[in-house]
Ligand binder design. Structure first.
Ligand SMILES: Nc1ncnc2c1ncn2[C@@H]1O[C@H](COP(=O)(O)OP(=O)(O)O)[C@@H](O)[C@H]1O
Ligand SMILES: [Mg+2]
Length: 408
């Protein structure tokens, strides 16, 4: 069945990447050209640059810009006949050096077993592989603040990763791996200065991304509408309504993610009514829905710090393993994250009381394990309608905010 409203639904998918960056294109080109120069000179590819956002802002294009840098460099490398592979690691889903390395190994398509090898052995395999294939790689580490603050990541681990070639020089002494760090806010810089000053002082570019203005959001929305909606089914003034609602200059939070999601919801509402055009009414309803249905920020802000840490732990478990997790595993993750956020983990009784409360509010789901598991245990998961990565981001920014207020 062809839709009267949608030309291509995928355009409104979270994972959709527009071919051309109409906004933030300059930032991306600037970063690309820095790495490109190093690729071209063929004299060692060891740059570390940083993209960071404004405190607590998500949906402002950090991941998008980093992704475009990877793609832009691939194109550049291809045009020069240089072998190049971009790698993308989300630190929320890979909180230890081992896990980061295992993602790199996977994406490079290496055939080594990370399990049972030391990080240095794995890095050696990576460096050898890049040497043998004469391939360069840009490793994007998204949500880098989370790696930096992780108690499981020692200073040595961070140095080992980000200065691979000091630990494991390449056979021909040519460095082939650069890093692009993406962090959710600027506090990552003082943390880096504290933990890994030698790397902090060598960061090439530091690119600060601000929340989007209405005008920028409008450009982004027009691009999506042209690519994803049927001509004649939408009108520019509807896009103005959305971009003005979310634009940072108009008091919104400057999130492109919310703006795009709202346009998609409006289109779906029109479609459900079998209309040929999206109308103002659909947009209004979509705006109020996006305010409600998104992440339950109000609920989150009302939670105690330890409850928030538990929500973060459930989200982390979901991102790492998917599906249900056991209370035992969750407890471990909770203890880790407590240390991460500078909190003493609470005792078992309190922990279970928190779980109960979170279940009552509906932020997590619990059930008893069935067959296939020894003994009965309670299994926990994030409700399916809550996106793990989004809630992890939201909780992380609330918690870091609290940590920071205590420090002051
Ligand atoms: N400059 C842009 N042009 C087009 N789409 C964008 C742009 N910036 C963000 N988006 C879209 O908005 C959503 C959120 O962007 P993302 O890069 O994930 O934000 P962040 O990493 O800062 O949380 C994604 O769907 C992305 O495609
Ligand atoms: Mg992101």
């Amino acid at each position: 069945m062809s839709s009267r409203i949608f030309r291509d639904r995928m355009v409104f998918d979270e994972s959709y990447k527009p071919r051309k960056l109409l906004v933030r294109g300059e930032e991306a080109s600037m970063i690309i050209s820095r790495y490109a120069t190093r690729l071209q000179e063929y004299s060692g590819f060891t740059d570390v640059s940083l993209i960071y956002g404004s405190i607590g802002r998500v949906g402002i294009g950090k991941t998008t810009v980093a992704w475009h840098v990877g793609r832009g460099l691939s194109e550049f490398a291809k045009s020069r006949g240089v072998n190049f592979k971009p790698v993308y690691v989300n630190a929320f889903g890979a909180p230890t050096l081992h896990q980061v390395l295992s993602v790199i190994v996977d994406q490079l398509g290496l055939n080594v077993s990370v399990r049972g090898s030391s990080p240095i052995e794995v890095l050696k395999a990576i460096v050898d592989y890049l040497y043998i294939k004469d391939t360069f790689s840009l490793v994007v580490i998204d949500e880098f603040q989370s790696l930096l603050l992780s108690p499981k990541m020692s200073d040595d681990d961070l140095y080992t990763l980000l200065r691979v070639y000091e630990e494991v020089p390449s056979k021909d002494e040519l460095n082939r791996m650069s890093f692009l760090l993406v962090a959710s806010d600027f506090r990552v810089m003082p943390y880096m200065r504290e933990r890994i000053p030698q790397i902090e002082s060598q960061i090439g570019f530091r690119v600060h991304l601000k929340p989007y203005t209405s005008e920028e959001l409008k450009t982004i929305l027009v691009q999506r509408a042209e690519e994803g909606l049927t001509p004649g089914s939408w009108d520019e003034y509807l896009l103005d309504m959305i971009s003005e609602y979310f634009g940072d200059d108009k008091g919104g939070d400057g999130s492109a993610r919310k703006a795009i999601l709202t346009l998609r919801t409006a289109a779906e509402l029109a479609e459900a009514e079998e209309q040929n055009t999206i109308r103002e009414e659909h947009v209004r309803r979509a705006i109020s829905e996006s305010a409600l249905a998104y992440i339950p920020l109000g609920d989150l802000r009302n939670l105690s710090t330890h409850e928030l840490i538990i929500v973060a732990a459930v989200a982390a478990e979901t991102m790492e393993k998917g599906g249900w997790t056991t209370t035992g595993d969750l407890r471990k993750k909770y203890e880790e994250l407590s240390i991460f956020y500078g909190e003493e983990p609470r005792g078992h009784t309190q922990f279970h009381a928190y779980l109960k409360n979170l279940t009552t509010i509906g932020l997590i789901e619990a059930r008893l394990s069935g067959k296939g598991m020894r003994g009965k245990t309670t299994l926990i998961r994030l409700p399916p309608e809550i996106p793990a990565e989004r809630i992890r981001e939201a909780v992380d920014s609330i918690l870091l905010d609290r940590v920071n207020q205590q420090r002051r």
